[in-house]
Design a protein around this ligand. Structure first.
Ligand SMILES: *[C@@H]1O[C@H](CO)[C@@H](O)[C@H](O)[C@H]1NC(C)=O
Ligand SMILES: *[C@@H]1O[C@H](CO)[C@@H](O)[C@H](O)[C@H]1NC(C)=O
Ligand SMILES: *[C@@H]1O[C@H](CO)[C@@H](O)[C@H](O)[C@H]1NC(C)=O
Ligand SMILES: *[C@@H]1O[C@H](CO)[C@@H](O)[C@H](O)[C@H]1NC(C)=O
Length: 326
């Protein structure tokens, strides 16, 4: 009886919000099958409604004249506020280097560079799952690449060690942290274990770091001065991939391909909420862009990557960038 009432209520509230057609339900069902998602009866109508709103937003965006396209993905049954709670930083991190310690090379820079194509320097795209641990993936991604460039060996490193052990450096496991602070942790704690030896669990646990099992080390941490995007270009061109943070707003959730740009996001250090890894840059039809590795699996974006406009501190991407020296 109770279930029946709830069901009826969910049905009525869904129907009263906007018109749901058979077509909408058809799209939802094929998305459910594709993503192996199962709900209770009440949840089904709630999710159908959220999914349909997302799908209409995506279709409308794709009909317009934009530099990037959107598509359905693993997040399509979530509202942005649910997404933010599970995947992004909930509170601002201490991310600003008013005076960074990066010295620009002042060398002539190439028009484009892609560390994925220069050699075996970038590990496969990973999946942070439902945990605000993006900062650990940005950190391992950067250290993996910097180490590979120095040694010729590309070894996946442990995010879980950072989730479990790096709290003393203002990091907060699944609730956020910063690559610069994670590099400091690795520096002072003498190393980071491999992904295999300390696998990812997407939940905070007890620190199980064993120094004798450390695989990668950090000799120094380099912060690029806040908003010095040319410094980032210089570092990526002449040194290695660089960790950075930016502000994710709702239209980024369903990014598919093209150069992401937004008029909705903020551009300051206190607003950034997601950390990623710049592995290169380029230019298309006069629009300069960054090539960025994300940690939302290969099913999101361009096989797990995205392009974002370069040269405008888009969404605060130049607010807090850093890399380790090995
Ligand atoms: C689409 O946008 C581009 C870049 O803003 C602009 O140059 C072009 O004229 C637009 N095309 C149409 C059909 O509006
Ligand atoms: C920012 O830094 C202060 C001082 O080190 C610290 O107490 C605070 O927890 C930090 N905030 C975050 C979000 O890490
Ligand atoms: C780099 O920035 C972080 C804050 O994100 C700070 O804790 C650290 O001391 C800075 N390191 C250097 C070498 O300036
Ligand atoms: C942020 O964007 C505003 C508006 O476009 C601009 O005036 C300001 O200079 C930007 N600030 C930074 C730090 O990039």
């Amino acid at each position: 009886m109770m279930d029946g009432l709830l069901f009826l209520f969910a049905l009525l509230s869904a129907a009263s919000a906007f018109h749901l057609s058979d077509q909408d339900e058809f799209h939802f069902k094929s998305w459910l099958a594709q993503h192996n998602r199962v709900y209770t009866m009440e949840e089904y109508y709630n999710r159908l409604q959220i999914f349909t709103r997302n799908k209409r937003r995506i279709d409308k965006h794709n009909e317009g004249n934009h530099s990037f396209s959107m598509r359905l993905n693993q997040f399509s049954d979530m509202t942005f506020s649910e997404f933010r709670k599970s995947f992004l930083w909930s509170e601002p991190q201490n991310c600003s280097a008013t005076r960074g310690n990066y010295l620009s090379s002042n060398a002539p820079l190439p028009d484009s560079i892609d560390w994925r194509k220069k050699g075996n320097y970038v590990t496969d795209v990973k999946n942070q799952a439902s945990c605000g641990s993006c900062w650990t993936f940005s950190t391992t991604g950067c250290l993996e690449s910097v180490t590979a460039i120095a040694t010729g060996k590309l070894i996946p490193l442990s995010e879980q060690q950072l989730v479990d052990c790096a709290q003393d450096f203002n990091n907060h496991g699944c609730n956020g942290g910063l690559p610069s602070q994670a590099f400091e942790y690795i520096f002072y704690n003498n190393g980071l274990m491999t992904e295999t030896d300390y696998p990812y669990k997407a939940i905070e646990g007890i620190c199980k770091y064993e120094p004798k099992m450390a695989s990668a080390h950090v000799k120094d941490v380099v912060n690029i001065t806040a908003y010095d995007e040319m410094g980032m270009v210089d570092a990526v061109a002449t040194r290695n991939p660089v960790s950075f943070a930016f502000e994710v707003t709702p239209d980024f959730m369903h990014y598919h391909d093209g150069v992401y740009t937004s008029t909705k996001c903020h551009n300051t250090t206190d607003k950034v909420n997601h950390a990623v890894l710049a592995v290169g840059y380029g230019e298309t039809n006069g629009t300069p862009y960054w090539i960025v590795k994300n940690s939302w699996s290969t099913t999101w974006g361009i096989n797990g990557y995205f392009l974002i406009e370069r040269g405008k501190n888009m969404c605060g991407l130049a607010a807090c960038s850093s890399f380790p020296v090995v």
